[in-house]
Design a protein around this ligand. Structure first.
Ligand SMILES: [Fe+2]
Length: 105
């Protein structure tokens, strides 16, 4: 995305990135939430709330993209960096022991 911004191609890349993020959210969140229920994971309510907030934020990015909001790319980069640092590298790790104990690798 940074390279695309430098070359003035941000909107094309951002549209593609948002589609990929939506696809990731649909498949990945569904799998996690399925196993939360199946294994009765204790932290599921807070975790599912983060997924929902993520979906809503992605929807608002899509709406901003349609209006040509210029700060969108930087905002999206920060949002994704925060998602990776906070959710994937921290929050998602919290269910790994529960999943492992239930036989999931
Ligand atoms: Fe998650």
């Amino acid at each position: 995305m940074l390279e695309a911004m430098k070359q003035g191609q941000a909107n094309a890349i951002i549209t593609q990135t948002i589609s990929e993020i939506e696809r990731y959210a649909i498949t990945h969140f569904q799998k996690e939430e399925f196993f939360f229920q199946r294994f009765n994971f204790q932290g599921s309510a807070e975790h599912i709330k983060e997924h929902q907030d993520f979906r809503e934020k992605v929807s608002s990015f899509k709406a901003e993209l349609r209006t040509g909001e210029v700060t969108l790319t930087i905002e999206l980069l920060y949002f994704l960096k925060d998602w990776i640092d906070h959710h994937i590298l921290d929050i998602d790790k919290q269910y790994s022991e529960c999943f492992r104990q239930n036989g999931l690798k």
